[in-house]
Design a protein around this ligand. Structure first.
Ligand code: NAD
Length: 556
């Protein structure tokens, strides 16, 4: 429960650290040690602040273009030997890193909280996900880029084999909201695929990226295969994009367009995970209490600074009153605080700019006639950038909060006449990142989910069933991005495919007349049949024949 502004400080408020070192395991020496990993020769530095208190945490080099060029050159040199290592060895390094991340969890949680101002619980959610991402890359990544036989041009007389080669050096540009998860999501599959990586973390969260690089090195990653360059986005970002072979960017749609333009000019591939204004749809038959609990989770995780967070809720009219009551009640149960303990649900916003954005979206909605059902206030008595979880109703469809991403703890709830109207409202956005549908009928939910234009849509869950399905791709429609992370797609994007065609009979020639339709269809059927036959042959050889042999002769 959030205390009223005039009340005396609660237990969680008084637990607010006066100095980082006394509240956490982060000593000034440790922070200097991490900053020393950056080879920045510009002589400039960037101060890093704890959002929960505005205390200065430390400073890191502000790299310039020359520093970035040096980092990429070194990565390119170190990457050649890394690419030559058998993929099982690369996977083993990532596997060990997963164990080390868990072993180091306490210090990492302190660091995550210090840099982002998120609550301990949100930091745990972030850290929980990271070893799973490593495990997926280590176990399933090799299959995603294993050599692959395809339908041959002329079955029996030729073969076609695809190999997946590392692109070279991958530039990863990551945001501040989930600095560990969203670095790992690109860095780890890129390394597994045999690339070197230069990671540019957000200016506000460089230490987490540096700790990640240290852990990977301790796990056996050779020096310079992963380098971190710290500094201002508009300086370091373009310098990086001009030198790497693929850029994996996570951040705002606005910056994503700049990154895509630059990548396009350099003719390099890019994957862009961008913003969203995510809808949540409650159908007439939904379990209202479950939907309200789920909505609270997906709206206010990390104080709404989650790219998958729901910001627009559409409820079919017959369920509206009951849902709104339950949702407001659940929201009012949330606690807001800045302690390094497990007391609070929501922590701080990242900085003054983010606070201004959230405040201006709420003020604009109010001025256009919206009702604040709960929340709506800045809470400097709890932390300089703390803002209450806020539920709005009666929001004008043209209000900023309805059209743009707020990226804060603010959500609007709107009644709609029926399911078709809910789908139309959900799709009325240039974004298309994440959505959820709530209903007692799972089949109906899945059918509605298929009509929503988002990269992930969960039924009866806010985001974990979609995002947590590591084997499935994740990304955005429309202004929410290009490309997909997670799943085989998430590894393959960091490779160049090479098709090797081999003729058994020397050069093929084209016939001197255009073939008839039946010939074309027959030739296609023959290529697929040839592939099916050779697959069946391999299965027979490895399976039935192998089992028979082992039965007769025993194991080798
Ligand atoms: P941002 O675009 O301002 O910054 C992201 C990164 O880009 C930072 O590292 C920054 O230093 C760098 N950058 C800034 N200018 C650059 C430039 N000119 N060239 C290259 N890099 C540059 O994003 P933000 O506001 O810090 O992050 C929040 C946004 O990120 C939200 O819109 C959120 O939805 C989005 N996001 C998306 C996902 C996803 O998976 N789709 C995940 C997290 C956050």
């Amino acid at each position: 429960m959030i205390p009223p502004t005039s009340a005396s400080p609660s237990a969680s408020e008084t637990s607010r650290p006066t100095a980082l070192a006394s509240a956490t395991s982060l000593s000034p020496d440790r922070l200097v040690e991490l900053a020393d990993r950056v080879d920045g020769k510009s002589g400039e530095s960037l101060d890093v602040f704890a959002p929960a208190t505005t205390e200065r945490i430390g400073s890191v080099p502000a790299c310039d273009e020359t520093d970035v060029a040096t980092a990429v050159d070194r990565a390119r040199e170190a990457g050649a030997a890394w690419a030559d290592r058998p993929i099982d060895e690369r996977a083993a390094v990532i596997d060990r890193a997963a164990d080390l991340l868990l072993a180091e969890r306490s210090a990492l949680l302190d660091l995550l909280q210090a840099e982002t101002g998120k609550s301990r619980r949100t930091a745990v959610e972030e850290l929980f996900e990271v070893p799973l991402a490593c495990e997926y890359a280590a176990r399933k990544g090799p299959d995603a880029i294993a050599e692959d036989r395809r339908n041959a041009a002329v079955p029996g007389l030729s073969t076609a084999t695809v190999t997946y080669e590392p692109v070279g050096v991958v530039g990863v540009i990551s945001p501040w909201n989930y600095p560990l998860t969203l670095s790992v999501a690109d860095v780890v599959p890129a390394l597994l695929a045999g690339n070197a990586v230069v990671l540019k973390p957000d200016e506000k969260t460089p230490y987490t990226a540096l700790a990640l690089a240290e852990i990977l090195e301790t796990a056996g990653l050779p020096e310079d295969v992963l380098t971190v360059v710290t500094g201002e986005g508009p300086t370091v970002g373009p310098a990086l994009i001009d030198r790497v072979d693929h850029v994996a960017f996570t951040g705002s749609t606005e910056t994503g367009r700049i990154v895509a333009e630059r990548a396009g000019r350099n003719l390099i591939d890019c994957s862009l995970e961008l913003g969203g204004n995510n809808p949540l749809v409650v159908l007439d038959d939904a379990d209202i209490e479950a939907a309200a609990r789920g909505a609270v989770q997906v709206c206010f995780a990390n104080a709404g600074q989650l790219c998958l967070a729901a910001e627009r809720i559409y409820v079919v009219e017959s369920a509206y009153d009951a849902f709104l009551d339950a949702f407001v009640r659940e929201t009012e149960r949330l606690t807001l605080g800045t302690g390094y303990d497990y007391d609070d649900d929501l922590g701080s916003l990242i900085d003054a700019d983010q606070l201004d954005r959230v405040r201006s979206h709420v003020d604009d909605a109010r001025e256009r006639g919206a009702t604040v059902e709960t929340g709506g206030r800045h809470r400097p008595d709890i932390g300089p950038y703390c803002f209450e979880p806020t539920v709005l109703t009666g929001v004008d469809p043209d209000a900023t909060v309805a059209c743009e991403e707020t990226f804060g703890p603010v959500v609007s709830v709107t009644p709609v006449p029926d399911v078709d109207a809910a789908v139309a409202a959900a799709n009325d956005s240039p974004y298309g990142l994440n959505a959820s549908v709530w209903t007692a009928d799972r089949k109906r939910g899945a059918a509605v989910a298929r009509r929503i234009d988002c990269g992930t849509v969960s039924v009866n869950d806010g985001f974990l069933t979609g995002w947590g399905a590591r084997d499935a791709p994740m990304g955005g429609f429309g202004d929410s991005g290009i490309g997909r992370r997670n799943g085989p797609e998430g590894v393959r994007r960091f490779t160049e495919s090479r098709t090797v065609g081999v003729s058994r009979i020397g050069p093929f020639t084209f016939p001197d007349r255009i073939p008839t339709g039946w010939f074309v269809r027959g030739a296609f059927a023959a290529t697929t049949a040839g592939r099916r036959l050779s697959k069946a042959g391999r299965r027979l050889k490895n399976g039935t024949v192998g089992r028979l042999k082992r039965g007769v002769f025993g194991r080798e």
